[in-house]
Design a protein around this ligand. Structure first.
Ligand code: 6PG
Length: 238
């Protein structure tokens, strides 16, 4: 586990954008494509805006990226709460990634069907590969949830599925989420966590990494690396 703590969200976003640019460049020296799973919520917005601006917009070889999502809220794409819309507005609409390499989670079909469809896409993309994603970006909720894996949600105990639909409304929305099974086979997993409201649960999770009290503790890379990129407010209890 690697811990990176920065003064504030701005410094964190710049440092993580640099770190990601280097990871992509180094990976593409040995691989044809780079696969990334984006997170939703508020925390990654500033990072996406940095990656969409120079020098990163010019430095990153966007044409060789495949973009996926870690989870989605079951709302239409043009809904402000859509994780896909947030990523498009803050990053994807400003960089040149071929449309067929942007794999959004469909929310205009029944969630179970969409989960099955996305699982099929992931198997098609990863089955012949040692690791799954080259990079996964994750957030953390005050309740210890990550992706759309919430404490007490039935989906959590499924160790077979790569993608699940959770019909229990979380924050007023049904969800489709990737599961630890596919996330934990990734090469690099980054938790991006900001704000004092996350400090208590974060300290508990980081000091008890193998406990399984919180969904975020199910994220334990099999062969890859786990990184925590934090601002000082979130890290205040560490
Ligand atoms: C989602 C996210 C979720 C998010 C956390 C933190 O769809 O809501 O994927 O897991 O990362 O809820 O959200 P904030 O960054 O908004 O605090």
């Amino acid at each position: 586990m690697h811990l990176h703590i920065y003064k504030d969200e701005e410094e964190l976003a710049i440092a993580l954008a640099n770190w990601i640019e280097v990871l992509i460049r180094k990976t593409l020296e040995v691989k044809d494509q780079f696969s990334i799973a984006l997170s939703g919520g508020e925390s990654p917005k500033k990072l996406y805006q940095k990656l969409a601006s120079n020098p990163y917009r010019e430095k990153v070889n966007w044409g060789r990226l495949h973009v996926f999502w870690g989870d989605e809220r079951v709302v239409p794409f043009n809904d402000e709460r859509s994780n896909a819309k947030m990523a498009y507005d803050n990053l994807l609409s400003q960089v040149n990634i071929p449309t067929q390499q942007v794999h959004s989670i469909w929310t205009d079909i029944p969630p179970e069907q969409s989960a099955k469809q996305y699982e099929k896409i992931l198997h098609q993309y990863f089955d012949d590969k040692q690791t799954t994603f080259d990079l996964v970006l994750l957030g953390l909720g005050e309740d210890g949830h990550t992706l759309s894996l919430f404490p007490g949600s039935a989906a959590i105990n499924d160790e077979q599925s790569w993608v699940k639909a959770d019909n229990a409304e979380q924050k007023g929305m049904k969800r489709i989420t990737l599961m630890p099974t596919v996330i934990n086979r990734s090469a690099a997993i980054v938790f991006l966590v900001t704000g004092e409201n996350k400090a208590t649960v974060l300290a508990e999770i980081i000091s008890n990494p193998t406990h399984e009290k919180y969904p975020a503790q199910l994220i334990q890379p099999a062969n890859g690396e786990l990184y925590w990129f934090l601002d000082e407010a979130a890290a205040k209890n560490l």
